[in-house]
Design a protein around this ligand. Structure first.
Ligand code: 0O2
Length: 207
């Protein structure tokens, strides 16, 4: 393991799972958001359209992080929270079109100050339940990891509704039917995303 890992508290801090590092985490998160803003500006200067609809960023809250570490049977300390799991910092980038999703990911890959640790393309290979999104685990220059989720507005709408329904309601006896219907909605939205991308390409070509 590296210097960053060794610098992190290995003892449990009952007050703060991130061992007092929240200000540094917030700084790292904000510089990642600034990177995205730079990309938006550069793209708009070139071709007018904004490749991003909106960006959400969060530091995983104390309880969710402790839950996750317990689930993974990891020690409850800052070292695990910041190095063994990689989504203490989470950034969600919601784009109008599928090509924008890949343009954003390409931009992040091109940044020399960011290490791409892992990529999962749940757009090319959707999850069984229909979930679609491009996930990247990146590491910024100070050593912090962040999970970046990049998806279209349709994918984001589906994920938000599916998440709300899964967590807030007891689905009852219709589990299979509901899962099938949710998957159908995800597939229909994916097909609409493709049509919208085609329409946008046609408009651009006509210009
Ligand atoms: P939250 O509160 O959203 O941050 P991991 O558990 O992270 O070590 P995993 O499960 O392989 O590893 O990660 P994956 O598949 O990349 O998914 C991580 C995150 O993607 C989840 O975070 C969700 O935000 C989102 N996600 C993945 N699958 C689904 C899905 O089926 N539906 C929805 N709505 N979101 C999904 P967390 O950890 O759930 O927490």
């Amino acid at each position: 393991m590296d210097d960053f890992y060794n610098s992190l508290p290995a003892e449990e801090d009952p007050e703060d799972i991130y061992g007092g590092l929240r200000p540094e985490m917030a700084k790292a998160m904000n510089s990642l958001k600034d990177e995205i803003d730079r990309f938006r500006k550069e793209t708009m200067e070139r071709d007018l359209d904004d490749p991003v609809d909106h960006v959400l960023a969060r530091i995983k809250d104390e309880d969710s992080m402790i839950d996750k570490l317990s689930r993974k049977k990891l020690p409850i300390n800052a070292r695990s929270a910041l190095c063994e799991v990689h989504d203490a910092i989470g950034i969600r980038i919601v784009c109008p079109f599928i090509n924008d999703v890949y343009a954003v990911s390409e931009y992040l890959r091109s940044r020399r100050d960011l290490e791409i640790v892992l990529e999962k393309d749940y757009i090319k290979q959707a999850k069984e339940n229909g979930y679609r999104s491009l996930h990247m685990i990146i590491r910024e220059k100070h050593g912090f990891f962040a999970e970046v989720q990049i998806r279209t507005i349709s994918m984001d709408t589906w994920a938000a509704l599916e998440h709300a329904m899964r967590y807030k309601h007891d689905i009852g006896g219709n589990t299979e039917l509901i899962a099938r219907e949710l998957k159908r909605c995800a597939d229909e939205l994916a097909s609409t995303d493709l049509s919208l991308q085609t329409i946008r390409d046609m408009i651009r070509q006509a210009k």
